[in-house]
Ligand binder design. Structure first.
Ligand code: PTJ
Length: 260
């Protein structure tokens, strides 16, 4: 569907269209549409822009990935259609391979997600060759399969838009987990080491800019940034922001409509 450029919500509708097209081409899971709608609702509450706490979260996340021995970026259907070029760029800058790892795992979708990334310029994608597949303990069924060269042996895993169970399983394996999730109350946000409460569309391009700068820093500075970060405090700041904003809006916005 073509989106009228003068529509007040044109950019949000265009992103929505990408998710819908991704679902028709079987890259995005059907449930990916629902996940996107949930994300949109939280983005409304955040004012649809990067808030100061997200800048701190993104900086800590980049520092943790740059400081890691073996960082990996996990890609699902939604991420592959929302920001394929940006995740490839981030992966190159921080030297972290991309691994296709799906919640609604199907071989056909894995291939399509990988193809999407190859078309966007990726040189290597993990998670699609059966000879490298192994299982993560703690999880049942097909959701436990990961790549030996990637998530299985990684020390830091970046899992944007992830399911809580798998985040907890990765933590139990001793890995550090970074996520991007617009919902500060999701189980993923609550159980990650660093949760970025921002829209991935804004977050990854901003992380690329931070990575370009922090890549030149020494280990001591990276460790200082990581050690200064507390995910509990950071999530509380995000929730407080939403509560304060809603209180403000309940006065300002409602009275604006009452006057018109
Ligand atoms: O492609 P698959 O099979 O791996 O499936 C991917 C989805 C996203 C369908 C799957 O992981 C899933 O069901 O995830 P959940 O449990 O719905 O969690 C997704 C989280 O991402 C929710 O908390 C949303 O608020 C959040 N979210 C959705 N869109 C965005 C987002 N966070 C940041 N940016 C977004 N654009």
């Amino acid at each position: 569907m073509s989106i009228p450029t003068d529509h007040p919500r044109a950019s949000s509708l265009k992103i929505r269209e990408r998710i819908i097209e991704g679902m028709h081409s079987k890259i995005v899971a059907e449930a990916g549409l629902i996940a996107h709608g949930r994300g949109e609702a939280f983005d409304y509450l955040l004012g649809e822009k990067t808030q100061p706490f997200a800048i701190t979260q993104q900086k800590a996340a980049v520092a943790m990935m740059l400081n890691a021995e073996k960082p990996v970026i996990s890609i699902n259907g939604n991420v592959a259609v929302l920001c394929p070029i940006d995740v490839i760029r981030l992966s190159e800058i921080i030297n972290a391979p991309l691994e296709v790892n799906l919640f609604y795992k199907r071989a056909e979708r894995e291939k399509l997600v990988a193809e999407k990334l190859f078309k966007a310029g990726a040189k290597q994608i993990l998670g699609i060759e059966s000879k490298y597949q192994t299982n993560i303990p703690e999880l049942t069924h097909t959701r436990r399969v990961v790549d030996k060269r990637g998530i299985f042996s990684a020390d830091v895993v970046f899992v944007p838009l992830e399911d809580g169970d798998r985040t907890i399983a990765l933590r139990k394996m001793g890995k550090k987990v970074i996520t991007v999730d617009l919902n500060p109350l999701s189980r993923t946000s609550l159980s990650s080491n660093i949760s970025i409460v921002n829209n991935i569309i804004r977050s990854v391009p901003e992380m690329i800019e931070v990575a370009k700068i922090l890549k030149k820093s020494d280990k001591a500075l990276l460790e200082k940034i990581i050690n200064a970060f507390d995910n509990g405090v950071s999530l509380k700041t995000s929730l407080d922001f939403i509560s304060e904003r809603l209180k403000r809006l309940s006065v300002d916005e409602i009275s604006k409509y009452e006057r018109s």
